[in-house]
Ligand binder design. Sequence first.
Ligand SMILES: CC(C)(COP(=O)(O)OP(=O)(O)OC[C@H]1O[C@@H](n2cnc3c(N)ncnc32)[C@H](O)[C@@H]1OP(=O)(O)O)[C@@H](O)C(=O)NCCC(=O)NCCS
Length: 160
Amino acid sequence: MAVHIEKLSEKDKKEILAILQSFWGDSKIVVHNEIIDALSLDGIKAVDNNKISGICHYQISDKECEILTLASLNPGQGIGSALLNEVEGFALYSGCHLICVTTTNDNLNALGFYQKHGYQLTTLYPKQVFISRQLKTEIPEIGYHGIPIRDELRLEKMLK
Ligand SMILES: CC(C)(COP(=O)(O)OP(=O)(O)OC[C@H]1O[C@@H](n2cnc3c(N)ncnc32)[C@H](O)[C@@H]1OP(=O)(O)O)[C@@H](O)C(=O)NCCC(=O)NCCS
């Protein structure tokens, strides 16, 4: 499959919003007691036959890169990995020594995916999603695999 990665641009906004809505309800992401509008972040897209097949938003601060969104529209075909490799390369190029991501307890796919890519679970935030829900009431009670969404988990990878 000929997927290539490009930076997101202003003209992608409408399509990106639709993708964000399909995965997270809207463009607002809640992590560690903060609401972040993903549309305001830097990001990249996977493009396959002129169609967006995946997106990733990230932010860099204090030599750390945090992934805020990563979504593959065609799971299991290497799109998530291609986006992750690109962000890691960019983070390294930008002088980051660490890349991190926070996900929720129900997201077993993401937990498997990131660990397979060398990320380690570093912090568990029990019941953090109850607080997140006060900021974004649309966060569902039940998540992937029918699991109640309760906790946040942070994963980190050191960059060489
Ligand atoms: C997590 C996600 C981005 C993975 O994207 P993807 O395109 O399916 O990933 P890839 O096809 O590149 O898979 C990469 C590797 O991860 C592995 N993997 C994927 N899901 C897995 C799981 N549930 N358990 C273990 N490994 C898994 C694949 O087997 C593959 O390994 P391989 O190359 O050795 O076969 C995708 O499932 C997704 O969009 N999830 C919904 C949004 C989300 O929750 N994002 C993460 C939170 S920011």
